[in-house]
Design a protein around this ligand. Structure first.
Ligand SMILES: NC(=O)c1ccc[n+]([C@@H]2O[C@H](COP(=O)([O-])OP(=O)(O)OC[C@H]3O[C@@H](n4cnc5c(N)ncnc54)[C@H](O)[C@@H]3O)[C@@H](O)[C@H]2O)c1
Length: 335
C-alpha cells in the first residue's frame, strides 16, 4: 500500500484525490493546505489527516509519496523539501517556472534517490496516447505535421487568483499551452526553432493566448494554439490533428466549462488515403486516473518512472519559455 499526501486542496488536488480513491494500492493519508477551512473540509471528505503546512506533514506523517498540487511558483521549494525528506514525488505541471529551478528539482531527486513524475497528463490521455501509437506503428507512413489546440475560459477558481500573476503562474502560455508543447515533443522529439505570436493581458497573468510554430530537429513541424482568454459559455476545447504521408488522425473534443466535464465522448478518427475512415478503439479510463495508477504502480513495484519524467517536465518548460519569449519579443528562438 502506498501512503499518499496531497499538498494543495484545490481544483487539481481534488482530481488527484478522486483518482487515488479508485486505486486499490493507494491510500490518501494526509492533506496539506494553508487555507485551513478548505483543507479540513477536503481532508474530511477523503478520510485523511489535515496539516496547514508541508513541514508539519513531513515531521508528523510517514508517507511514501507527496503529490504537489499547489500553485506553480511553489513547486520548486516543495519538491526539493519532499526529496530531501526522502519522499517520492508527483508534481503537477509546469514542473517549475525557470529552467534553473527545474534543474534544482532534478538534482535534489537524484541526490536523494527518490522517484518523481510530472503531471503531463496528456501522455496518459487515451485519445492522445492512441494517436501516438498509430503514428509510431508506421501504418500511416511518416508523420509530417501536427496541430494541437487547447482553449479555455478564464480560470476563476484559483485560490487568491494566483494564475493572473505572471510571477506565480507564468501565464496561459506556460500553464495551459505546455500540455500541447509536451505532446508535440513526445511525438516528434527535440525542437530546434520556435516562433510564436500571442495576446498579452497583464490583468490575466501575461500571455493569455498564444500560437506557437515549432520546427523539430528531425524536420517535422508542429503548431500549437492555446489560451484561457475565452469568456461566457465558451466550452473547454481540445483538438489534435496529425498529418501523415498516408492519411491523417483527428480528435476534436469540446467539454463544458472546464475539464471536469471530460466524460463527454468524441471519437478519434483516422482518415486513410484509400478513402476509408476508421474509429480505433480507445481506452475508456480517465487520463488523470491512468497517470496516478502508473505512478503508484512504479512506487509499489520499484520500477523506474519512464513516462512524464522530470526531464520531460523540464523539456516542456524549455519550449514553453521559448514560445513565451518569442511571442513577447517577436523573434524566432533557437532551442
Ligand atoms: N494537469 C492538469 O490538467 C492541471 C489542471 C489544473 C491545474 N494544474 C496545475 O496544478 C497546480 C494547482 O492548480 P489548481 O488549479 O489546482 O489551483 P487551485 O488554486 O485550485 O489550488 C491550489 C491549492 O493550493 C493551496 N496552497 C497555496 N499555497 C499553499 C501552501 N503554501 N501550502 C499548502 N497549500 C497551499 C491553495 O489554498 C489551493 O487550495 C498548478 O501548478 C496548475 O498549473 C494542472
Amino acid at each position: 500500500m502506498i501512503k499518499v499526501a496531497i499538498v494543495g486542496a484545490g481544483f487539481i488536488g481534488e482530481v488527484h484525490a478522486n483518482s487515488y480513491r479508485q486505486i486499490d494500492n493507494a491510500d490518501i493519508i494526509a492533506i496539506v493546505d494553508n487555507v485551513e477551512k478548505k483543507g479540513k473540509k477536503f481532508a474530511k471528505k477523503f478520510g485523511a489527516a489535515f496539516y496547514a503546512n508541508l513541514d508539519d506533514l513531513i515531521k508528523s506523517e510517514n508517507v511514501d509519496s507527496i503529490d504537489i498540487c499547489t500553485p506553480t511558483f511553489l513547486h520548486t521549494e516543495m519538491a526539493i523539501k519532499a526529496a530531501n525528506a526522502g519522499k517520492n514525488i508527483f508534481c503537477e505541471k509546469p514542473l517549475a517556472l525557470s529552467l534553473e529551478n527545474a534543474g534544482r528539482i532534478i538534482e535534489a531527486v537524484k541526490k536523494n534517490k527518490v522517484k518523481a513524475m510530472v503531471g503531463h497528463v496528456i501522455r496518459f490521455w487515451p485519445e492522445y496516447a492512441k494517436a501516438k501509437e498509430i503514428v509510431d506503428s508506421g501504418q500511416l507512413g511518416e508523420p509530417l505535421h501536427a496541430f494541437c489546440e487547447r482553449l479555455a475560459v478564464t480560470p476563476d477558481w484559483h485560490e487568491g487568483n494566483w494564475g493572473f500573476n505572471e510571477k506565480y503562474s507564468g501565464g496561459a502560455s506556460i500553464d495551459l499551452h505546455i500540455h500541447d508543447l509536451d505532446y508535440l515533443i513526445w511525438l516528434f522529439g527535440k525542437p530546434s526553432l520556435v516562433k510564436a505570436q500571442g495576446v498579452y493581458n497583464e490583468k490575466l497573468g501575461g500571455l493569455v493566448h498564444i500560437a506557437t510554430n515549432i520546427e523539430f530537429a528531425n524536420g517535422k513541424s508542429g503548431l500549437a494554439e492555446g489560451g484561457w482568454g475565452f469568456s461566457g459559455s465558451f466550452p473547454f476545447t481540445m483538438v489534435l490533428r496529425i498529418l501523415c504521408e498516408k492519411g491523417s488522425i483527428e480528435w476534436i473534443f469540446r467539454a463544458g466549462k472546464n475539464i471536469e466535464e471530460r466524460s463527454q465522448k468524441a471519437n478519434l478518427t483516422v482518415y486513410k488515403s484509400d478513402g476509408s475512415i476508421d474509429e480505433p478503439k480507445v481506452e475508456q479510463e480517465d487520463g488523470y486516473l491512468l497517470e496516478c495508477k502508473y505512478f503508484i504502480d512504479c512506487l509499489e513495484n520499484n520500477k523506474d518512472i519512464e513516462i512524464a519524467t522530470l526531464e520531460d517536465g523540464r523539456n516542456a518548460l524549455e519550449l514553453a519559455l521559448a514560445a513565451t519569449k518569442s511571442a513577447k519579443e517577436g523573434k524566432t528562438i533557437k532551442i
